[in-house]
Unconditional design. Structure first.
Length: 81
């Protein structure tokens, strides 16, 4: 394991998670949540847990992000922010 790469991926994951919590737009929050899942997938792969990384990539970054994007497009805005 390369600890510098692990630290960089962890920092990117934390930044994506905090940005997803702070952003006001729902679509941006979904994209940042998918980015968080992708960075966690890379972190799991770097740590040697390939099965966990594969599950994170398919479920976390793939399927749930697609469902969230579909749900955001089905909603309407009630206020004009």
């Amino acid at each position: 394991m390369i600890w510098q790469l692990d630290l960089a991926l962890l920092a990117l994951a934390v930044i994506a998670a905090l940005a997803a919590l702070e952003v006001k737009d729902l679509f941006s929050a979904v994209v940042l949540s998918g980015a968080f899942s992708f960075f966690m997938c890379l972190l799991w792969t770097e740590m040697g847990a390939v099965d966990v990384a594969f599950t994170e990539a398919t479920v976390g970054a793939g399927v749930s992000t697609a469902f969230f994007i579909a749900a955001v497009y089905k909603t309407t805005r009630r206020t004009k922010d």
